[in-house]
Design a protein around this ligand. Structure first.
Ligand code: AMP
Length: 139
């Protein structure tokens, strides 16, 4: 069964589309965190970031790159918070990869992405080498 975003791609439910090309679509978030909050998706339904094939991932980033500037200019923003909730543990509700582009204004009361965990993790310095090696070995 398709996700709600697949239904938007297929034109089965309406959305405020701001950009479309062969592989990607951008539209306004229906519950915006700020005026102009936009979602950028691959048209094909991939549940997780790691499911997106490299070529479509490149297309997705190209659209994010275009949209980030356009959104900020359109709502006269000072910046943007841009990110993915990847997986339910990270708060992803719609299982169709989507990038949030949230316009930010000086003094808007929002925090940086670092606030998402509430505090920094207690990782001892001596563990950094091992962690980096483990990640590098997975690449
Ligand atoms: P996430 O928690 O990262 O999965 O975010 C899902 C986002 O999709 C939320 O910000 C919702 O407000 C948004 N959303 C859900 N349904 C729609 C819809 N029909 N049109 C636009 N945005 C939607």
């Amino acid at each position: 069964m398709g996700t709600i975003f697949s239904k938007i791609v297929d034109g089965e439910i309406p959305a405020h589309v701001v950009y479309e090309d062969e592989t990607t679509l951008a539209f306004l978030d229906v519950n915006p965190l700020a005026r102009g909050h936009t979602l950028v998706i691959p048209k094909a339904q991939y549940p997780r970031l790691t499911d997106v094939p490299p070529e479509e991932a490149a297309d997705l980033y190209a659209t994010v790159h275009r949209v980030v500037g356009a959104v900020q200019r359109a709502v006269d923003a000072d910046g943007a918070t841009v990110g993915f909730n990847d997986g339910a543990a990270a708060g992803q509700e719609v299982e169709h990869v989507h990038c949030h582009v949230v316009p930010r204004h000086v003094g808007d009361g929002g925090g940086p992405l670092h606030d998402v965990m509430g505090q920094v993790a207690d990782v001892p310095d001596e563990e950094f080498d091992g962690i980096a090696e483990e990640i590098a070995a997975e690449l």
